[in-house]
Ligand binder design. Structure first.
Ligand SMILES: [Fe+2]
Ligand SMILES: [Fe+2]
Length: 258
């Protein structure tokens, strides 16, 4: 178990880290991970290990939502419970393919920024806006690029994995979008909660990632997946426009692929 706060992170912006067993080295910042350059022979397998841990983080965020908001609407709690099951399945899929390709659990440092940022947000609507509507929507774009790359490489196993993951991630973004829209219509205070969550998460994300993680990393917006996930046409248009204009990615799009 590790809380991995270092002097470079402001503890007031983060929840304590989730438990990891002794096999894992937990990094506090992106720069402390094994960031192999494009073309490095270990880059692809390290990604599978990192993504496996990020899926566990997603599971832990959804589980924390169930734990911390017992009075949320039953339908929303059901969607969160389903998300827990999906994320557990994703972690297992990434673990399987990682080990089949010769990886060993704990071989590379892991980063628990998602959980530490999301679990620190005091409102459920704020957590859904960051986790599902920002991180996972950014993940949809990255998965689409991952599918194209895997196709070009003739890596059918990875294409299949990403396609299965994509279908689930669309549903996670969609239920959050629906619930956020209903919530902001019923209770104007939700808009404030979302704004506060975005401001805090953006600061925290920048501390973890630094400029090194985001410079030159950009995936084109997956308009079809975003529409299916409940974004309006104008929101999809804006995402495409922003990602076309940006040299780097949005501060809330982590370097993940789902
Ligand atoms: Fe996932
Ligand atoms: Fe997800």
């Amino acid at each position: 178990m590790s809380s991995e706060t270092t002097p470079t992170l402001d503890p007031s912006l983060f929840a304590d880290g989730p438990a990891r067993d002794a096999r894992f080295t937990v990094a506090a910042r992106w720069v402390d991970c094994a960031n192999y350059p494009v073309g490095h022979p270990l880059r692809a397998i390290e990604f599978l290990h990192r993504q496996m841990n990020e899926e566990v983080d997603s599971l832990e965020c959804s589980a924390a939502n169930l734990r911390d908001f017992p009075d949320a609407a039953w339908e929303l709690r059901l969607a969160l419970a389903r998300q827990c099951a999906d994320e557990a399945r994703h972690a297992a899929m990434f673990r399987r393919i990682f080990e089949r390709r010769g990886g060993r659990l704990g071989q590379y440092p892991v980063l628990n920024f998602q959980y530490r940022i999301v679990a620190h947000i005091p409102s459920l609507v704020g957590r859904l806006a960051i986790q599902n509507r920002s991180f996972e929507a950014g993940g949809l774009d990255a998965i689409a690029s991952g599918i194209e790359q895997a196709r070009r490489d003739g890596d059918e196993d990875l294409v299949e994995l990403f396609e299965a993951q994509r279908a689930d991630e669309i549903s996670h973004v969609r239920f959050a979008n629906e619930w956020i829209n209903a919530s902001t219509q019923q209770n104007p205070r939700s808009v404030l909660d979302i704004g506060l969550a975005l401001a805090g998460a953006s600061k925290a994300f920048h501390q973890v990632m630094g400029s090194e993680a985001t410079e030159g990393v950009n995936f084109p917006a997956d308009g079809a997946a975003r529409s299916e996930a409940g974004f309006t046409d104008s929101e999809v248009g804006l995402a495409i426009q922003l990602q076309t204009q940006q040299a780097g990615r949005s501060p809330l799009d982590p370097p993940r692929r789902g």
